[in-house]
Design a protein around this ligand. Structure first.
Ligand code: N01
Length: 533
């Protein structure tokens, strides 16, 4: 019996916020599409990251879809910053409301996607032993979806429970009275630690690099603010899209250099923003991300707050970063620093006392063997490229994406990569993605891709392929903008520096409005930089 192969106009990989909206638009325009999703539900990042305390740090009224006014009017967020369960509920609501599930195939991973030159389409294989054919391959696989488990010796020897924050179990994990160790102090750990400390009998935090964290000051949603925003939601969205990171928050940025403001006024501004909470802190002055001297002022202010909050001066010192604030992703917290005043919480600086290995009973450092019932890895992700490179993607003439990106990701607009025709990436490397409100960036990419597909249909084009020169110029441009900021000055995951052996390339595009403008120029110039056949 001959194998029957299903064919589609488009295959979308991933049913997070990007994949769901992509499906909605494809259907709206009459394309036959299927979404393959490895999980058994929608939500992407919010499906996987269920660790205690997981919460979005973009305010709820902004961190939501704008494509349907009915949706944004009817949905009620309960808090200033939504917790993971509420965001996942929202994702499920969107899937039901727009009847998306009938075209999503869950518990199905795409393992390979090979471009067929002669047919100008993609042959895509899943782990269900199925092959499908589609003209378009759309990777909506997320920027932070491949977890990073460090190569610490003895992980499999440990006889207690181990968890990764990015793959937290769906059923509640009982930590009551248990001895818990946590490795890592990034955003996930900084959110989880206060919650773990509430339950654990003993909590030991292993820190390699301290991070700057600003209080989130989460609270219940303010009905007056909700009413005001819903009164002109589209106007609110448009205004936010013009902000550098497409996030406006509830306190406008101040358009003045920190160096031009007298010291007492400077402190007052920083205090006001520390009390207000959230990313508004970095909007205190317009050069905190650009000028080291200005940045030092804000960094010193946060160190001062840490010293005030944390009782033990040595612990405060260990928690105080000495690098550029905002160079690594700024964290938002609820009582993170306060947690270190609890008698059952201990901080271990693994620069001074390195982890040697995990043992049967716990974690062994140079000086001590700590015994645990549970070890939590809050060790982050192989960001931006990890998930794309785990799929065997082959473009023209069998070129693999792994070969092509050996020295780092190369894309045109962060949406396409040369010699992989008809393949799109939503929030791919080289696009603003993780430096913005992700949902705004996702919507912009999905709308751009949809318009491109419509253009191709109208002009009867079989394939779209980025030109190598356009791509080289784009990569150089993305690097040049990053080079104008303080971002490249530290070992962040934006640079791939958290993964041993990963090429060191600054991956996201800095700035949203300037990026949108470039994307529009490309379209207005008949898809400049693309070869259409
Ligand atoms: O991961 P991270 P994350 N030995 O990479 C440490 C988004 N997010 O999951 O800094 C010991 O930031 C590592 O140490 P170092 C957000 O974009 C958003 O916390 O490399 N330690 C670091 O402390 C965020 O940036 C939200 O020296 C090791 C930690 O593990 C991104 O996700 C919430 C180690 C990893 O920190 C990732 O955050 C949460 C080793 N071998 C996350 N390897 C919200 O929206 C790594 N570490 C709220």
């Amino acid at each position: 019996m001959s194998e029957s192969i299903r064919t589609f106009d488009a295959v979308v990989v991933g049913a997070g916020f990007a994949g769901m909206y992509m499906l909605y638009r494809l259907r709206e325009h009459g394309y036959r599409a299927v979404v393959f999703e490895r999980a058994d539900g929608v939500g992407g990042t919010w499906y996987w990251n269920r660790y205690p305390g997981a919460r979005c740090d973009v305010e709820s009224l902004e961190y939501s879809y704008s494509f349907s006014d009915a949706l944004q009017q009817e949905w009620e967020w309960s808090e200033r910053y939504s917790g993971q369960p509420e965001i996942l509920k929202y994702a499920n609501h969107v899937a039901d409301r727009f009847d998306l599930r009938r075209d999503i195939e869950f518990e199905t991973s795409v393992i390979s996607a090979h471009y067929q030159n002669d047919e100008a389409n993609w042959r895509i294989a899943t782990d269900r032993n199925e092959t499908v054919i589609a003209k378009y391959l759309i990777m909506a696989t997320g920027c932070l979806s491949s977890t990073n488990l460090p190569a610490i010796e003895g992980i499999s020897d440990f006889q207690g429970e181990t968890y990764h924050t990015g793959q937290w179990p769906h059923e509640p994990v009982d930590l009551h009275g248990k001895r818990v160790g946590i490795i890592g102090t990034g955003s996930s750990a900084i959110q989880a630690i206060p919650y773990l400390a509430r339950e654990a009998g003993e909590l030991v935090v292993f820190q390699r690099t301290p991070n700057f964290s600003i209080p989130a000051r989460n609270r219940e949603a303010d009905p007056d603010e909700v009413e005001r925003v819903k009164g002109d939601y589209q106007g609110f969205r448009e205004f936010n899209r013009k902000a550098p990171a497409a996030i406006r928050g509830t306190m406008p940025g101040r358009n003045e250099s920190a160096l031009d403001v007298p010291e007492d006024e400077r402190n007052e501004e920083l205090h006001k923003r520390w009390e207000h909470g959230g990313f508004a802190f970095m909007g205190a002055f317009n050069d905190l991300g650009l000028n080291k001297e200005a940045n030092d002022i804000a960094a010193a202010f946060v160190r001062e707050q840490i010293r005030e909050i944390v009782d033990d001066p040595d612990v405060a010192d260990t928690l105080s970063p000495d690098n550029v604030i905002g160079c690594k992703r700024l964290c938002l917290d609820t009582e993170y620093y306060e947690t270190y005043n609890l008698p059952h919480v201990k901080l271990v600086d693994i620069n001074k006392d390195p982890i040697q290995r995990l043992t049967k009973v716990g974690v062994k450092t140079d000086s001590t063997e700590y015994e645990f019932d549970v070890v939590v890895f809050a060790t982050g992700f192989d960001a931006m490229t990890g998930t794309l490179l785990r799929v065997d993607i082959r473009g023209k003439d069998g070129l693999t994406l792994q070969q092509k990106w050996e020295e780092g990701p190369k894309t045109y607009l962060g949406l396409t990569t040369a010699n992989f025709p008809n393949m799109f990436m939503i929030s791919g490397p080289g696009s603003p993605s993780v430096l913005t409100n992700m949902i705004v960036s996702i919507e912009q990419h999905v709308d751009w891709i949809t318009a491109c597909l419509e253009y191709m249909r109208e002009h009867e084009h079989a394939a779209i392929n980025a030109e190598s020169t356009a791509e080289e110029e784009w990569v150089a441009y993305v690097n040049a903008i990053a080079g104008m900021t303080l971002y490249p000055t530290c070992n962040s995951w934006y640079l791939g520096a958290n993964i041993p052996g990963k090429p060191r390339v600054f991956m996201p595009h800095v700035g949203f409005p300037n990026y949108v403008q470039r994307c529009e120029e490309v379209v207005n110039n008949n898809y400049q930089g693309f070869e259409l056949t």
